[in-house]
Design a protein around this ligand. Structure first.
Ligand code: S3P
Length: 176
């Protein structure tokens, strides 16, 4: 039975790599944010607005436990998932955890283009965004570093890079 959790900061490529990886191995793919949105019929942004971040984190934990019941699955978590409650320990206990590590300039470039759907970033200008990413990553890194594997995920910009990354991840996880 295979159960893999992809963790890392927003923009690290958890969804991009997770989807491609699950397809390659014939596994089910679950994106935790989408799973939450489907269940509650609301976007993450709406949930943040209505319940605040604390309320969102409670739902996120609950849905993480549900998703972690699936077998033969790749689960892309949210950027904050491993850093609240005992979520990281929980994931380590029930599957393989992979931290997608990405250089700050790459995260900045990706998130500048895709910040609107992310409530923690939407209102920030470029300078604020860069500072926020740098500080948040420094705070979260100790928690991400508890993952069983670390994977450099800077190169996910086109189909070939994604294919190469899938192969590299398969090798690391000894699933080749
Ligand atoms: C968050 C990351 C988001 C989402 C929410 C909060 C975070 O997920 O869960 O907006 O705290 O880093 P992605 O990492 O998939 O963008």
């Amino acid at each position: 039975m295979i159960r893999i959790f992809l963790i890392g900061y927003m923009g690290a490529g958890k969804t991009t790599l997770g989807k491609a990886f699950a397809r390659e191995l014939g596994l089910t793919f679950v994106d935790l944010d989408w799973f939450i949105e489907e269940r509650y019929h609301k976007t993450v942004r709406q949930i943040f607005l209505e319940r605040g971040e604390d309320g969102f984190r409670e739902l996120e934990k609950r849905m993480l436990h549900e998703a972690a019941d699936f077998e033969d699955v790749v689960i892309s978590t949210g950027g904050g998932t491993p850093c609240f409650f005992d979520n990281m320990e929980y994931m380590n206990a029930c599957g393989e955890t992979v931290f997608l590590d990405v250089e700050i300039p790459v995260l900045f470039r990706r998130l500048k283009a895709a910040k609107q759907q992310r409530p923690l970033l939407a209102q920030k200008n470029d300078e604020e965004l860069l500072t926020f990413i740098t500080e948040a990553l420094a705070k979260r890194r100790p928690c991400y570093s508890k993952a069983k594997y670390t994977f450099e995920a800077d190169k996910l910009e086109d189909r070939q890079q994604i294919k190469d990354s899938v192969k590299r991840l398969k090798d690391i996880l000894k699933l080749s």
